[in-house]
Design a protein around this ligand. Sequence first.
Ligand code: HSE
Length: 395
Amino acid sequence: MLNVAVLGFGTVGSGVAEVLTMNKEAISKKVGQEVAVKYILDTREFPGSPFEAKIIHDFAVIENDPEVQLVAECIGGATIAYEFVKRCLQAGKHVATSNKELVAVKGYELLNIAKEKNVNFLFEASVGGGIPVLRPLYFDLAGNEITEVAGIMNGTTNYILTKMLGEGAAFADVLKDAQAKGYAEANPAADVEGLDACRKTCILSALSYGFHVYPDAVPTEGITKISEEDVAIAASAGMKIKLLGRTIKTADGKVCAFVAPNFIPVSCPLAHVDDVFNAILVRGNAVNETMFYGPGAGKLPTASAVVGDLIDAAWHLDARRDLDWADAEPAKMMDVKELELPYIVRTGEDEAKVRAAFGDVQKLAADGYLLPKAMKKADIEKAGLQLTAVRPVFQ
Ligand code: HSE
């Protein structure tokens, strides 16, 4: 029998307990022995919950119980969750987590401990919620040189953008709705300011390029500055506007990662990813282009990925999944301002002046101009024009 401890009984943790219970028979059959929830750690009581009897408040009980082989960390954040995950790994327990902040900030260290202790530290749920993307990226696409990963990877902001732009709903109402549905972070600023997408971009970068990319190396802009003008520009250009996390291998072998609202031509499948759905598009030099699509947040979809990791750990109890990366390599990073990309700029300046600065631009609605060729943002800003917005186009 394999015993699971669930750390945190919030949206994801309660989903993990539910999935492990709902599908207990099938999961146990797949694993080859019974898999059962032994403890659920939380500071709160849950009177009336079917899991009430499993709730405990003392982490040491889990840490010191040799019968607990598998741990699902669903607390979130990189303070107490970091402490508990580290201690679980050091105690020889396998850990699955949905915690993107933890992996983005402490992934290198925790993977090293897992390696030393020959246990698994898995985090499929940390990017794309229920979408299987990290395992395929790291294992199934290992034969490629990854040239770019670009994704709509925050369900809350995609939900907000879809409802605001499609139905004219008010920002505060949609955010409340996303919180009620369990999509938003405890502090939703992490969603709307792009931090959550930034953390996920760090994880995708590390898996793609083999070294840790910390959040402070990823310039990040969220959705709060997207204006009506941006939306009008997008419509006139035959594009949509979406918050993308992108990590790109540049021609000279550097890595450029950033999070920003991007214009996306409607011919690109990413332009059609709406509501809470996420999609992560991967470009590799053998596969060409492949896209992973599905529910990016929510209780059961996220729990689906955590439970998948627990099962994978159960299948690799003695010979751990060979998954790790090196520590940060700042010299290999390129600032997005130095990377040539296609851009749309918005400026109140005379069209003649815009043409004199950038050449044969395409004039769009709301003082928007599509630049005729890819340029460095640093050079665009040096052109001497008053620019209201400079946004990349995903191609
Ligand atoms: N707040 C996150 C989102 C949850 O909206 O995508 C899933 O990571």
